[in-house]
Design a binder for this molecule. Structure first.
Ligand code: GLU
Ligand code: MG
Length: 446
């Protein structure tokens, strides 16, 4: 984390106070995907940055329902310091500011369990290799109570039902510097999506947290609760949290301008090969909650198969090629990510899988040009299309047995992630899905 000198800290604090800020919230996202925070009066911003606020190691094993899945490493003894990254602070208005925080130990060493720290190391590795990545996120959410007589997917009227909320959300986003590119009424009942402009990976993950914070904060003013559950209502559409990744080497795009399919370069093909190959073992990172498998189904546009295809919305990896209609240039969209995933961890692993593919020159599997569940067994074998783990237990077992997971996440994150997801499996697995969807509807809200 960039550490500010005393003088810079004084300036940063004065700037917050001049903007009328009274309270600074600093948040981390835990392995269960829940955003947790500490708060200080604005005049204490310097202390929040330089020394941090205390938090028990058990923060890493808090569960979606506030149970604590203690492990040998994460118990009641010890202390972490949550330090606010003041280089990323955002003014939210009405006296409130927010900054992402990172975890350190008491001797000021970065904690290996910190997922924002992990993503920062991934970003540094990209730079070392002469690569640059841009990540843009799409966040789906369901607003309750429902408004109006009905909800048409992409309907103009549907958006007007929640017009006041949307206009306030855009104003809040402008104030906080969240670059919203698009808003639409999604397929599900009372479901909205906002797309966030691409940025460097760390900022992109911060933007996911900021967007959830703003949506829930604005929702309160409109008496709307906002659900970021992968399955807000059993039988209804799931919420996705798709990410688009583009890569350049020495300023040249890897996903366009080449001689491969749809203009992929050799490197771009290898990056996609790495992502597709790594997905099954790492599904628990991207869609690991007890509700996630109910969303990650064929026919839900959630990318339930490890395979890739040009503009294929049923493939976990959808290639958006460079065209005049796509001003950001080519990207790959990872569709299997849902909002129960920790965005720092999901982004880090997404980028690392691409780097892995590049490093070993992974083969690009043949493209899937139809919905993958319609492939014949021969076609599935030819394109190496594999159904992602269809239940939480399999996803967890694959994660635990995975050498790449151990290497990419490290022992500590792996231990915490496994503990909280196992708690979900033991507590809710096999229960009536209506009841579980209701119980956890707001578990990932702010
Ligand atoms: N709601 C779908 C999901 O759970 C995504 C729909 C879309 O393609 O935007 O991922
Ligand atoms: Mg969508």
């Amino acid at each position: 984390m960039p550490v500010l000198a005393d003088e810079e800290l004084a300036t940063a604090t004065a700037r917050l106070q001049d903007a009328g800020i009274r309270l600074l919230s600093g948040s981390v996202v835990d392995p269960a995907g829940v955003i947790r925070a500490k708060h200080v009066p604005a005049r204490r911003a310097g202390a929040f940055h330089a020394h941090g606020m205390g938090a028990s190691p058990s923060w890493n094993v808090f569960c979606v329902d506030n149970a604590i899945a203690f492990t040998p490493r994460f118990g009641v003894v010890g202390d972490m310091r949550l330090r606010a990254d003041l280089t990323a602070v955002r003014v939210l208005g009405d006296g409130l500011a927010w900054a992402p925080a990172e975890m350190f130990d008491q001797d000021a060493a970065p904690a290996p369990v910190c997922t924002r720290g992990l993503l920062r190391r991934t970003a540094a590795r990209l730079t070392e290799q002469g690569l640059a990545a841009r990540v843009g996120c799409e966040l789906e959410m369901v607003l309750t109570p429902r408004h109006g007589p009905g909800w048409n997917a992409y309907g103009l009227g549907a958006l007007l039902d929640v017009e006041a909320f949307v206009l306030d959300l855009l104003a809040a986003a402008d104030r906080a510097g969240l670059p919203v590119e698009q808003v639409h009424a999604e397929y599900g009942d009372s479901q909205l999506e906002i797309s966030i402009a691409p940025s460097d990976p760390l900022t992109a993950a911060d933007h996911v947290v900021l967007a959830r914070l703003l949506a829930c904060r604005v929702g309160r003013r409109h008496d709307l609760a906002v659900s970021f559950s992968p399955l807000p209502f059993a039988g209804g559409a799931g919420n996705g949290a798709h990410q688009h990744l583009s890569l350049t080497r020495d300023g040249q795009p890897l996903l366009s301008g080449g001689t491969g399919p749809h203009g992929l370069t050799d490197g771009g093909g290898a990056a996609i090969g790495g992502i597709v190959a790594g997905l099954p073992e790492l599904t628990a990172v991207f869609a690991g909650s007890v509700l996630s498998p109910h969303r990650l189904q064929p026919g839900h546009w959630s990318g339930a198969f490890a395979c890739w295809g040009w503009e294929n919305r049923e493939a976990a990896v959808r290639l958006c090629a460079e065209t005049p209609g796509n001003p950001h240039g080519a990207s790959v969209e990872l569709k299997c990510i849902d909002p129960s995933a920790n965005p720092y961890l999901a982004t880090a692993v997404f980028v690392e899988l691409a780097l892995d593919g590049l490093a070993r020159g992974a083969a690009l599997p043949p493209e899937v040009t139809v919905a993958p569940d319609a492939l014949t067994p021969e076609e599935a074998a030819r394109t190496a299309a594999v159904r992602l783990p269809a239940d939480q237990r399999s996803a967890l077992e694959m994660l635990q047995g995975s050498e790449p997971a151990r290497r990419l996440l490290g022992e500590e994150i792996l231990e915490a992630l496994t503990a909280v997801r196992r708690h979900e499996l033991d507590t809710y697995g096999g229960h009536d899905v209506d009841a579980v969807a209701e119980q956890l509807r707001y578990a990932w809200s702010v």
